[in-house]
Design a protein around this ligand. Structure first.
Ligand SMILES: *[C@@H]1O[C@H](CO)[C@@H](O)[C@H](O)[C@H]1NC(C)=O
Ligand SMILES: *[C@@H]1O[C@H](CO)[C@@H](O)[C@H](O)[C@H]1NC(C)=O
Ligand SMILES: *[C@@H]1O[C@H](CO)[C@@H](O)[C@H](O)[C@H]1NC(C)=O
Ligand SMILES: *[C@@H]1O[C@H](CO)[C@@H](O)[C@H](O)[C@H]1NC(C)=O
Ligand SMILES: *[C@@H]1O[C@H](CO)[C@@H](O)[C@H](O)[C@H]1NC(C)=O
Ligand SMILES: *[C@@H]1O[C@H](CO)[C@@H](O)[C@H](O)[C@H]1NC(C)=O
Length: 480
């Protein structure tokens, strides 16, 4: 998800952080994967509305056998990355199981534009429920079109699409035979303050003093912000794109949140293998951050912290940090498909405000950061989408999501829930098996969606056994 404010999830598509934090989408795959188009309904929940649009999908039929399953990778909050059609663990399962592989891009992301722009009235067609119905219609029509008769479909997804994979199996059990829901935060929550608790715990794994150093540094930054005379220094230390201007509490929160997300991002993706997606900066791990934070020869904790931020920026090839809340809101209010926010920032923030929350506040006391409380996150909903998106509305919307899907109370079968335990998102996922066929696979030392990426020697040892287990379970379930 590149970007920053929104922070999120995203394995396949995004990450967090920058202008839109998340979703950093990179389409650098070397094999040319062709775009295919599917005529999709705009509104699945109004039979009288027959408007349609074109949804993008990818296909790899190289391994498909006539009696094999169909694998459907679910797109998420960013452009679908064609790299997944030739790489990633699911392709290795497809090869062994003779599966036809399909990936459906999520409505409103990438090239899948259901409406002429992203004005708020149009965004009401953006929801996980519409996305699940898109999958159902796609599966039904493709089964007919490709003559897939009674093939069994297995859905895959990581992060938000991991939720969609689980929910598709839960809501459409007649269509999905099984699901692999990697790092899926199935419980929606307004105040996701535990996110930063896990960041703290993960930072302390090899350097018990690392969170304290980060806290000292973060507190120093807050003290420096008290005096305008320090703004030149802060602008320079943090490589801000424009000279720092503070007009409101929101400006301060935005800066502190943006900086904290650099650290959170390292934790969430620690030592994973996303490089094939074109993501840069994978060499900056928790170890690298904490080695710098504990290196006294670099200066005070604040000096070390700015050194860390600069090191991360350098490895990602970023020249400066956009720290103006006003500019952020202006960008996020742009409804055009040509805008920078259309990479996913505007759409995903809308989904957090109307479905999931997941707001990573600094409200917990067991974590190193301060200055970006829950109220700051919820304020963004009304600043970007309008006054209607206020605290009670957002709170009720999140409750509705849990009522609809059940949160952690999953009543279904044949779903696998891999979760990396370094990754803060695991807190909102299923990390203990609920039955013999609702299987949790907690992964020690592993990051967000780590099981989905191509294997490599430096990875946490648990990943190879988890991948083997997923293959075993799918093989067993496909015989049922
Ligand atoms: C499917 O993936 C395999 C493995 O990466 C690749 O060799 C093959 O070219 C792909 N086929 C298509 C049709 O994209
Ligand atoms: C802790 O150190 C070990 C050994 O150097 C390394 O393999 C592991 O990745 C480190 N863990 C973290 C969270 O940095
Ligand atoms: C501490 O930082 C200095 C200056 O960058 C570097 O030369 C030294 O190797 C670092 N020490 C450790 C233990 O990483
Ligand atoms: C990380 O990789 C980037 C790009 O390859 C490189 O410029 C940078 O020096 C590396 N940083 C560290 C700390 O290894
Ligand atoms: C958010 O959750 C934390 C507990 O983790 C709590 O201390 C804080 O008060 C909550 N914030 C709000 C605004 O409810
Ligand atoms: C599993 O999730 C629960 C919340 O559902 C959390 O309290 C617990 O710490 C998690 N376990 C691990 C090993 O992370």
């Amino acid at each position: 998800m590149a970007c920053t404010q929104v922070l999120l999830l995203i394995c396949l598509w995004l990450s967090v952080s920058d202008a839109f934090t998340y979703l950093r989408v990179h389409n650098k795959s070397e094999v040319t994967v062709q775009d295919h188009w599917f005529t999709q309904r705009l509104d699945h929940f109004n039979g009288a509305d027959n408007r349609v649009w074109e949804q993008r999908y990818f296909m790899n039929d190289s391994f498909a056998q006539s009696d094999g399953p169909v694998f459907l990778m679910i797109g998420g909050e960013g452009a679908a990355n064609p790299g997944w059609m030739t790489q990633g663990t699911w392709i290795t399962y497809a090869e062994k199981m003779g599966a036809l592989c399909l990936l459906l891009e999520h409505r409103f992301y990438g090239k899948s534009h259901p409406t002429k722009d992203m004005c708020v009235a149009n965004l009401r067609y953006l929801s996980s429920q519409q996305a699940l119905a898109d999958l159902a219609h796609f599966q039904t029509v493709m089964t007919e079109k490709l003559g897939l008769g009674n093939r069994k479909w297995v859905v895959f997804g990581g992060s938000y699409p991991g939720c969609l994979a689980a929910w598709y199996r839960i809501k459409y059990p007649h269509l999905a035979h099984a699901a692999v829901a990697s790092s899926a935060p199935v419980k929606a929550v307004l105040n996701f303050s535990e996110y930063m608790d896990v960041v703290q715990a993960s930072l302390s794994r090899n350097h018990s003093d690392c969170p304290r150093m980060v806290k000292l540094a973060s507190d120093t930054l807050i003290e420096l912000l008290d005096y305008k005379e320090n703004y030149i220094k802060i602008t320079k230390d943090l490589y801000l794109c424009e000279f720092l201007v503070i007009r409101s509490e929101m400006d301060i929160s935005f800066l502190l949140d943006t900086i904290a997300e650099y650290i959170a991002d390292v934790v969430q993706y620690n030592n994973d293998n996303r490089e094939f997606e074109g993501v840069k900066g994978g060499n900056i791990t928790i170890q690298v951050v904490c080695d710098i934070m504990s290196n006294e020869s670099i200066g005070s904790p604040y000096d070390r912290y700015t050194n860390v931020i600069q090191t991360i920026m350098k490895s990602k090839g970023e020249k400066c940090i956009e720290a103006s809340y006003q500019q952020f809101v202006k960008d996020m209010r742009d409804i055009s498909w040509e805008s920078s926010a259309s990479a996913g920032g505007r759409q995903w923030m809308y989904q957090t405000c109307t479905e999931f929350g997941y707001f990573q506040s600094s409200d917990s006391i067991s974590q190193p950061f301060s200055g970006f409380p829950l109220s700051y996150h919820v304020q963004q909903c009304s600043d970007i989408y309008g006054e209607d998106f206020n605290f009670p509305v957002v709170t009720a919307a999140i409750q509705q999501t849990n009522e609809n899907y059940g949160g952690l109370n999953v009543q279904s079968s044949r779903i696998i829930f891999p979760n990396g335990l370094i990754d803060p998102w695991h807190i909102l996922g299923i990390n203990a098996s609920l039955s013999s066929d609702l299987v949790a696979l907690p992964m020690q030392d592993a990051a967000h969606c780590a099981d989905m990426y191509p294997a490599r020697p430096e990875e946490p040892p648990v990943l190879s056994s988890v991948r083997r287990r997923i293959l075993e379970l799918l093989t067993e379930w496909l015989q049922l």
